[in-house]
Structures are given as structure tokens and as C-alpha cells.
Design a protein around this ligand. Structure first.
Ligand code: M6P
Ligand code: ZN
Length: 191
């Protein structure tokens, strides 16, 4: 007889985003994102002084298979590289026809999205925002506040992450601080 996967639950702490038990924990530092911020000189300068922690992702251990739902929390710390706020790498899904959902838990962020055809979308995320990332949209999150920006995410088990396209082309828009406020500007290095 085929043995079915057993039901289970994890416990999520809304205040700090910790979810337990978790399987994989991803930690991204500035050195993992060389070349992704516009100001390369500032990036290299910061790296000489240390290697700041930008964000962490706690993923619950679910098989990466069709039919499953992967869920995780992401914690993006407050900070900037030059004028550009700390952000995730951003990705398309390997299986591009898969969607994703985010729920804001703490802090303030932007969800930046774009398609291969050059459509762009951006929305603010605060606690309680439930954002829907449709199939075929690349997505990146950005902390635009002074405290950790924490959100919960769910996506299909067979979605996969494609970072290559974003690493090569970047996002069309950047989120930078101007006069103390976040603004979207065109990425001069896009494509
Ligand atoms: C969200 C989800 C994860 C993703 C994480 C960090 O939690 O979309 O799948 O890994 O953000 O983003 P990235 O993988 O682009 O660095
Ligand atoms: Zn995704």
C-alpha cells in the first residue's frame, strides 16, 4: 500500500516571523547579491567593512513536488545600499505557470513584479496585506521601513526558482529613498 504523507502543522510567530519546525533556512548577505544593487562602488565599499545580513527565509519541510504547497517566512532587515533599500534577489518560477501568495506580518515593504514582456507592477505591503502573484510574473520584495519587513509566502511545490533571468537583466524599476521616502525609478542598467 502506498504510504500517504501525514498531516502536520507548524507554529508561526507573527512578531518575528520564526516558523517551527522549519526545514531549510536561507541566509542572504550582501556578498550573495554582488552586482544586483545599482551602486557597485558602494556595494564594494560596504563589503570591505563587513558583509551585512540582508534577509533570511525559513521554509517548512514539504517535498518540492507537484501537488504540494511550499510555505515559508521571509525577514528582510532594514537598511540600504546607497539609496536602494535592502531587497530579495527576486525570481521567476522555473515553472512559470505557477502563482504565489504573500501575507504581510510585520513592517512595511514593496512587492515589485514584472513580466518578460516588460509589464511592471508595484504594491505596498503592510501587516494584513494578502498579495497575489499571478503566473508568469517575476517578484521581488523590498523593505522600505525602519524595522524588519516580515511576510509569509505559499507557492506550488513544483514552482522552482529561476534567478538567472533577473541576475542578467535586473528589474526594470528600482526602489530608492528620496527625501526620506521610497520612490520607484527606472533602472538605468535594465536589459
Ligand atoms: C519569498 C518566497 C520564497 C523566496 C523568498 C526570497 O519568501 O518567494 O520562495 O525564496 O521570498 O526571495 P528570493 O528567493 O528571490 O531571494
Ligand atoms: Zn516565487
Amino acid at each position: 500500500m502506498m504510504s500517504l504523507m501525514q498531516p502536520f502543522a507548524a507554529q508561526l510567530q507573527f512578531q518575528n516571523g520564526l516558523i517551527e519546525p522549519y526545514g531549510e533556512k536561507t541566509v542572504r548577505r550582501l556578498s550573495d547579491m554582488r552586482g544586483m544593487y545599482l551602486d557597485i562602488a558602494v556595494t564594494e565599499e560596504l563589503l570591505k567593512q563587513g558583509d551585512p545580513l540582508l534577509y533570511e527565509v525559513y521554509e517548512v519541510d514539504v517535498p518540492h513536488e507537484q501537488g504540494q504547497l511550499i510555505y515559508c517566512t521571509s525577514i528582510i532587515y532594514p537598511g540600504k545600499v546607497g539609496d536602494e533599500y535592502y531587497m530579495t534577489k527576486g525570481h521567476f518560477h522555473n515553472k512559470e505557470s505557477t502563482a504565489e501568495m504573500y501575507l504581510g506580518l510585520q513592517g512595511r515593504g514593496y512587492l515589485l513584479l514584472q513580466t518578460h514582456e516588460g509589464q511592471v507592477s508595484a504594491m505596498e505591503m503592510v501587516p494584513g496585506t494578502v498579495a497575489y502573484i499571478p503566473p508568469f510574473w517575476a517578484h521581488r520584495t523590498i523593505n522600505i521601513g525602519g524595522e524588519p519587513f516580515i511576510f509569509f509566502g505559499v507557492y506550488p511545490g513544483d514552482a522552482g526558482h529561476n534567478y538567472g533571468t533577473i541576475e542578467e537583466e535586473g528589474f526594470a524599476k528600482l526602489v530608492v529613498e528620496k527625501n526620506g521616502k521610497p520612490v520607484l525609478i527606472d533602472n538605468p542598467r535594465y536589459r
